[in-house]
Write a protein that binds this ligand. Structure first.
Ligand SMILES: Cc1cc2nc3c(=O)[nH]c(=O)nc-3n(C[C@H](O)[C@H](O)[C@H](O)COP(=O)(O)O)c2cc1C
Length: 387
């Protein structure tokens, strides 16, 4: 058994054990992947201030996200096709999150359905909504999330159309995969994945097959998004969805202070500063660079969360010390899932929590509430001087 000490270890195992099509789907950004790369590399530019002779006994990473208790302010981000990374992947990830005490967010484009995840977990999870053109489908899925007891709606704003990720087109991404000679040759080296998949019935988009009408190829993410996603989503529609849902609302994909101000006006509980992990607008700033101006604009009105590029507890610490109230991880937990199933997701969370805890201690801080900007050394030109 490999000794796992960091998220990169899980990523290596994920690559080895998961069909290329799904590993590539995870490990891609759009077009040149500039934003995807900078999401990670910009975290490295921020440094921490080492402090000494501070009593570090009695530390805790516990905190709250949108008023809900969390073991650490790190939620699992919504990730489409998680159930293709590993059989029943959404259920496995949700169970790991539940046991650890952090929120799990189920994607609209998941393989396991809302009802399925609810049936196999015992605590409320969060549901991520993509807005479809079909109003009946929209009403139904919001009602299904309510009926399943979901405790927040995460409305994603940055994917009315799908950013192009070259590898997905080249690999012919679909769920389930089409058995071309290249796919069969690849699966021949991924036995555990294949055997687990044979034992489950969950192979298609569980939330939408049987609920949405008029899709030409139900296995294709590209077809779903092109035919079903509503390109007309605007602030009026967001306000209407807030009414329909009536519970805690998180708006995901905000990168500019103007949009953050609009989000605060709509009356959401939190926003997520996110560029979708570099998968949508290539050339956008990294989310950690985008954070400060948004905090300045709305930090006193809504909780500001952040995702995109987090690969360690130190990255989490940097975002929180800058002023974010919570963070989300996407790929970091998917690597764990692809590597070792539920146990791997738990491992990813443990690694991140330990890195967060030790780094807090070495910076002389004991609780999440103690974290502040004073712990960081941020290059003077970090935000950039853009004309
Ligand atoms: C494979 C993959 C699938 C994703 N699917 C969704 C999705 O269905 N809905 C959504 O709102 N965001 C989706 N995202 C974006 C994540 O929620 C999150 O914003 C992103 O992964 C954060 O960046 P990170 O992976 O660097 O942590 C996806 C990300 C990845 C990597």
């Amino acid at each position: 058994m490999a000794v796992i000490t960091n998220i990169d270890d899980l990523k290596r195992l994920h690559k080895k054990r998961t069909p290329k099509m799904f590993y590539d789907y995870c490990e891609s950004g759009s077009w040149t992947e500039q934003t995807f790369r900078e999401n990670v590399s910009d975290f490295d530019k921020i440094r921490l201030r080492q402090r000494v002779a501070v009593d570090m006994e009695g530390r805790s990473t516990a905190s709250k996200m949108i008023g809900q208790d969390v073991a650490m302010p790190v939620a699992l981000a919504p990730v489409g096709l998680t159930g293709m990374q590993r059989a029943d992947g959404e259920i496995k990830a949700a169970r790991a999150a539940e046991k650890f005490g952090v929120p799990f967010t189920l994607s609209t484009m998941s393989i396991c359905s809302i009802e399925d995840v609810a049936e196999h977990t015992s605590k409320p999870f969060w549901f991520q909504l993509y807005v479809m053109r079909d109003q009946e489908f929209l009403k139904n899925i919001i009602q299904r999330a309510k009926d399943a007891g979901c405790s927040a709606l995460v409305l994603t704003l940055d994917l009315q159309i799908l950013g192009q990720r070259h590898k997905d087109l080249k690999n012919g991404l679909s769920a389930p995969p089409k058995l071309t000679p290249a796919v069969i040759a690849d699966l021949a080296t991924k036995w555990t994945w294949g055997l687990e998949m044979l034992r489950t019935k969950r192979h298609g988009f569980g939330n939408i097959i049987g609920h949405a009408k008029g899709v030409d190829d139900p296995s294709s993410l590209f077809t779903w998004t092109a035919e079903q996603f509503d390109p007309r989503l605007d602030w009026g529609k967001i306000a209407a969805i807030k009414e329909m849902w009536g519970g805690p609302l998180i708006l995901k994909g905000v990168m500019e202070p103007e949009d953050a101000t609009m989000a605060a006006k709509v009356g959401c509980d939190a926003i997520i500063v996110s560029n979708h992990g570099g998968r949508q607008l290539d050339g956008a700033l990294s989310s950690i660079r985008a954070l400060q101006p948004i905090l300045d604009a709305v930090g006193d009105q809504v909780d500001v969360h952040l995702d995109s590029g987090i690969r360690s507890g130190q990255d989490v610490l940097k975002a929180l010390a800058m002023g974010a109230k919570g963070t989300f991880i996407g790929r970091a937990f998917v690597y764990g899932l692809g590597a070792m199933g539920e146990e791997g997701v738990t491992k990813a969370l443990e690694v991140i929590q330990k890195e967060l805890d030790v780094s807090m201690a070495l910076c002389g801080r004991k609780t999440i509430a103690d974290l502040d900007r004073d712990m960081l050394k941020i290059p003077e030109d970090f935000a950039g001087r853009w004309a």
